[in-house]
Design a protein around this ligand. Structure first.
Ligand SMILES: Cc1cc2nc3c(=O)[nH]c(=O)nc-3n(C[C@H](O)[C@H](O)[C@H](O)COP(=O)(O)O)c2cc1C
Length: 177
């Protein structure tokens, strides 16, 4: 339990990664945990594409045009997508699985960062989702929520301090707003 709390409290978004592959056992663990995520009515609409090919990662890093490109320097990207026709809760379901991947990464001594794809633009007229669908050969009915970049941390980020969290406690309400 203590370890789990430490994982949650230590996680920060990591955008710089060492030039070191993520071992297959760790990749398997990331996906094993993702597949245990809760989903509305247990529909499990998600699919995951594990990308380790550096050329494909570089192409995916371009999905936001001039946007973030940290994925190009990551040894692993996990694309979280879902069959949008299966449930109206696909965004929630896929986001929860992506978060589980991020926390599992931290527990395995890895860093991660979310790259938003859904509702993001590629260039002036294109969409990031269409771009990713094209690069990975994803059929039209699948919606792409995000790509989680994962790898060994090349940057140190301090966990949020108790003082920072204390200030946020004004957001918590008890029994009424
Ligand atoms: C829904 C969502 C979308 C995000 N999209 C991006 C993104 O496209 N690019 C990026 O660099 N970080 C992205 N992030 C990471 C946030 O910037 C990061 O979580 C936030 O700055 C807080 O930092 P922390 O994760 O270290 O606590 C996203 C996070 C979430 C939850």
């Amino acid at each position: 339990m203590t370890e789990f709390l430490e994982v949650v409290k230590n996680r920060r978004s990591i955008r710089a990664f060492k030039d070191k592959p993520v071992e297959k056992e760790k990749i398997d663990q990331l996906l094993d945990c993702a597949l245990r995520s809760p989903t509305g009515r247990a529909i499990r609409p998600w699919e995951f594409i594990v990308v380790t090919d550096p050329d494909v990662l570089k192409r995916l890093a371009n999905a936001r045009g001039k946007g973030p490109n940290f994925l190009a320097g990551a040894p692993l990207g996990i694309v979280a997508l879902a069959d949008g026709t299966m449930t109206d809760l696909w965004i929630e379901d896929t986001s929860i699985a992506a978060t589980v991947i991020q926390l599992t990464a931290e527990a395995l001594g890895l860093g991660s960062c979310w790259m938003q794809i859904r509702d993001r633009k590629y260039g002036d007229t294109g969409s990031s989702e269409d771009y990713v669908r094209e690069v990975l050969g994803i059929p039209e009915k699948y919606r792409v929520e995000c790509i989680i970049a994962v790898g060994y941390k090349k940057e140190e980020k301090q966990p949020y301090t108790d003082a920072e969290i204390e200030k946020l406690k004004a957001r918590i309400h008890y029994n009424k707003f």
